[in-house]
Design a protein around this ligand. Structure first.
Ligand code: ASN
Length: 323
């Protein structure tokens, strides 16, 4: 398999950039798989009592995506509308925290994100500059609660694709395995000891089943135990060389702590004033949630050579296609 581990060849990027390849056999199977995946996940979430909320795309504030060992954003678009500066959405994390505190206690959003990744990421096979997250947030939840939700979403979506698209998977030569639950939980510290700094690249080649990885130092909104130094956050990794398909966390909710972390990260305090005000008033609820990369998951399901294969209009970093 490609992705993170092997350079994507130029021919594939060339092929993806051609409008004619929109209707190729592999792409058509990917669109169908994406449909089954989304339907299955939405049905499961509704069945579990989640409210379905719609996304926003322009906002005064968005996810800083900093500091994050996984991010490589080269440009954060800003535009002026109605005399105010707004940003394009990098993730709805700030909005999710406000919504879960003042609105529904449990919801999901199919949320488009724009992340202008450095152009070399176009060759990772695993990055897009526009993609979609299946975001959730649950008030007063712990990471275990979120693990159980996504384990159900992932395993039932795979079952649905295998059942409904058996013929199509055969035609494109994809052998899709069922996973057992619960998924194993590993700690980032142990992985660093075992595989070194490159653990994120090595891990997906070593595993046969998805694994949760916890305790990853990153953005201020993920909960960090100041006593032990352990972060109550997590990523989900897929096997066969694919890699990280979901990020999430239990969240910070205390005013002083959040303010200190925002300053520590060198961020602008005024960008987070709504969050901070709610926290100060004791109205920011503890919560946990995550966002699953819809294109990445679908790419895994169909055994794509590049995650952009599942997009009719590929958003490969560094390449602007005709549409
Ligand atoms: N969606 C992620 C979360 O819920 C945040 C992100 O996309 N950076 O934690």
């Amino acid at each position: 398999m490609v992705l993170e581990t092997k350079k994507v060849d130029e021919e594939l990027l060339e092929e993806l950039s051609k409008v004619e390849s929109i209707g190729s056999k592999r792409r058509m199977v990917a669109y169908r798989a994406g449909t089954v995946v989304l339907r299955s996940m939405v049905e499961d979430l509704l069945d579990m009592g989640f409210e379905w909320m719609l996304p926003v795309m322009l906002s005064r504030t968005t996810d800083p995506l900093w500091p994050d060992p996984g991010a490589s954003i080269e440009y954060r678009p800003e535009l002026e509308i109605y005399g105010a500066r707004v940003r394009t959405m990098q993730s709805m994390i700030v909005h999710k925290r406000v919504l879960v505190s003042l609105g529904p206690s449990k919801f999901f959003i199919i949320s488009p994100n724009i992340r202008i990744e450095k152009r070399e990421r176009g060759r990772s096979g695993w990055h897009l500059y526009e993609f979609t997250q299946l975001e959730t947030e649950i008030a007063h939840a712990t990471m275990k609660d979120v693990f159980r939700v996504y384990e159900r979403l992932v395993t039932s979506a795979i079952r649905a694709v295998k059942t409904e698209l058996a013929q199509e998977l055969r035609e494109i030569g994809r052998e899709l395995r069922d996973f057992g639950t619960p998924f194993e939980v590993l700690s980032r510290r142990d992985l660093e000891r075992k595989y070194g700094a490159e653990w994120e690249r090595v891990l997906p080649l070593q595993i046969r089943e998805p694994v949760w990885v916890t305790d990853i130092p990153r953005e201020f909104y993920d909960y960090e135990d100041f006593g032990s130094g352990i972060w109550h956050n997590y990523d989900l990794f897929l096997p066969e060389g694919y890699g990280e398909v979901l990020s999430g966390a239990e969240r910070e909710y205390e005013y002083e702590k959040m303010l200190a972390k925002i300053k520590r990260d060198g961020l602008r305090v005024e960008d987070y004033e709504v969050l901070l005000k709610l926290a100060k008033e004791g109205k920011l609820k503890p919560s946990a949630g995550a966002g699953l990369g819809v294109e990445r998951f679908t790419a895994y399901v169909v055994g794509a050579r590049h995650v952009a294969e599942v997009q009719p209009f590929p958003r490969v970093p560094g390449f602007i296609s005709p549409l």
